[in-house]
Structures are given as structure tokens and as C-alpha cells.
Design a protein around this ligand. Structure first.
Ligand SMILES: Nc1ncnc2c1ncn2[C@@H]1O[C@H](COP(=O)(O)OP(=O)(O)O)[C@@H](O)[C@H]1O
Ligand SMILES: O=C(O)[C@H](O)[C@@H](O)[C@H](O)[C@H](O)COP(=O)(O)O
Length: 222
């Protein structure tokens, strides 16, 4: 399939050029049953994208999942240009325009890891709006055969407010949480490449659920 039409910065122009998502991108993998313990066992390559608003636990979950699956981990926060970091540090929410190049960079970095021979990759990105998720959903155009899965972490705003408030040394302050919720578009039912996880539970409960659902996703498409 030809790559979608894109803007000069490589961003697909609109949803009518971003066809892939739920139906066209298979959501699972044939595995030997040991896939979750050893990702190298899987036949297909995977991008596991951990999403949700600030403080939902993306980094926490992604690091543990990457270790478990023996895959590289891409920390989305590290791919913001300095101008974005400065804005967020000053309590100014990013705009769509601020996010496009960042989203493309994350997609390209994921594809780069797949091209380099890794059997999969785990990355973090808030991906608050559906059109942001759609930017990543075109990854299989650039890495044919890769399967993309979103792991959407959700909890009430008050819970995340407390967690971001308690977190030390991060440019994203608690004053940014409300703006994240105000633009959040939780994945809809037709976004069938999404696993939803309630993160208002303990880290252990969250991780147990993530690993169970990841394994189930893989096995259901065997
Ligand atoms: N399930 C959880 N329960 C309590 N605290 C958590 C949980 N998951 C993560 N945290 C803590 O909440 C804060 C935000 O988590 P983090 O992984 O940085 O979120 P994100 O990457 O989505 O912004 C961190 O201080 C982290 O240790
Ligand atoms: O750890 C966090 O608090 C978030 O991951 C945060 O650092 C992320 O970079 C922003 O969410 C920027 O992107 P958005 O404004 O698109 O969420």
C-alpha cells in the first residue's frame, strides 16, 4: 500500500487519508504461547503504545512492559523539541501544531527500531486525541506487517492531579492536568486496537492487568 499523502512535515493531511486504524491494522499476533515472557517468540513485530494524560503512569507501565517483553523502550517525553518543553514548563498546554512533528518523530523512531531488527518496541505518548493516535496508526505503512496496539491508561482527574503533584523533577506540573483532560478524547469503541486499563489501582494491580491483557491480545489472534 502506498504511504498516505502527507504535509511537508510528513503528517497525514486528514482523517480521510489515514485509513488504517482499527480494521486495517490487525490487533494481535500469532504466538507460541510464550510470547509475553519472551517477545522474540512471536511471529509478528509489535508496537505497544502506552497512552493517557499526564500522571496516568505511562512511563511506569512502559518501562515494566518493555522489560517483560524484552523490547526497547522509547520515552516520548525525550522527543519533544526544546520549545515544547519550555511551553509545558511554563504551564502552557501544547497546541496541535506543537504536537505534529513530535508525533511523527515518535512514529519514525518506532519504525527505526523495527527496521533495525527488534521484534517490537514499547513507547509512551499521551496521544490525547484520536487524530494523534491516527498519526501513529500509519506506522504499518512504513514498517509493513508490524502490529500496533494502544494501551490506554485511565483514572479520574483528581487521581492524576495527586500523582503529578507528588512527582518530583518533571517539567509537567499539576497545573497542566486539567488542560489534558479538557482535550482528552478517550478511545472509542471502534478503535479496536486499544486495550483500556483502569490505573486508579495499585501499581502491582495495574501491571498484572496490563500483562494479562497483552497476553490475551496476542493469543486471541493466534
Ligand atoms: N498505579 C499507581 N499508583 C500510584 N502511583 C503511581 C501509579 N502509577 C504511577 N504512579 C506514580 O505516579 C507518578 C506519575 O507516573 P508516570 O509513570 O510518570 O506517569 P506519566 O508517564 O503518564 O506522566 C509517578 O510518580 C509514579 O511513580
Ligand atoms: O509525563 C507526563 O506528564 C506526560 O507524558 C507529558 O510529559 C507529556 O510530554 C505531555 O503529555 C506532552 O504532550 P501532550 O500535551 O500532547 O500530552
Amino acid at each position: 500500500m502506498a504511504p498516505p499523502k502527507s504535509l511537508p512535515n510528513g503528517i497525514p493531511t486528514s482523517s480521510n487519508t489515514v485509513q488504517p486504524a482499527p480494521a486495517a491494522v490487525p490487533n494481535g499476533v500469532t504466538s507460541t504461547g510464550t510470547a509475553v515472557q519472551d517477545g522474540a517468540e512471536t511471529k509478528h513485530k509489535h508496537i505497544w503504545l502506552v497512552t493517557g494524560p499526564a500522571g496516568c503512569g505511562k512511563s511506569t507501565v512502559a518501562k515494566a512492559l518493555a522489560t517483560h517483553l524484552n523490547m526497547p523502550y522509547i520515552e516520548g517525553d525525550e522527543f519533544h523539541p526544546p520549545a515544547n518543553i519550555e511551553k509545558m514548563s511554563n504551564g502552557i498546554p501544547l497546541t496541535d501544531a506543537d504536537r505534529w512533528d513530535w508525533l511523527t518523530a515518535l512514529r519514525q523512531e518506532s519504525v527505526r527500531h523495527i527496521d533495525a531488527g527488534n521484534h517490537g518496541v514499547v513507547l509512551t505518548c499521551s496521544a490525547l486525541k484520536r487524530k494523534y493516535r491516527d498519526v501513529i496508526r500509519v506506522a504499518p505503512y512504513f514498517a509493513p506487517g508490524v502490529f500496533l496496539h494502544f494501551i490506554y491508561l485511565h483514572a479520574p482527574e483528581e487521581v492524576l492531579l495527586k500523582r503529578v503533584g507528588a512527582r518530583q523533577g518533571h517539567y509537567m506540573g499539576a497545573n497542566m492536568v486539567h488542560s489534558q483532560f479538557s482535550i482528552l478524547e478517550p478511545p472509542m469503541e471502534d478503535e479496536t486496537d486499544v486495550i483500556s486499563i483502569d490505573v486508579s489501582r495499585t501499581p502491582q494491580e495495574v501491571m498484572d492487568d496490563v500483562l494479562a491483557q497483552v497476553q490475551q491480545t496476542m493469543e486471541s489472534d493466534e
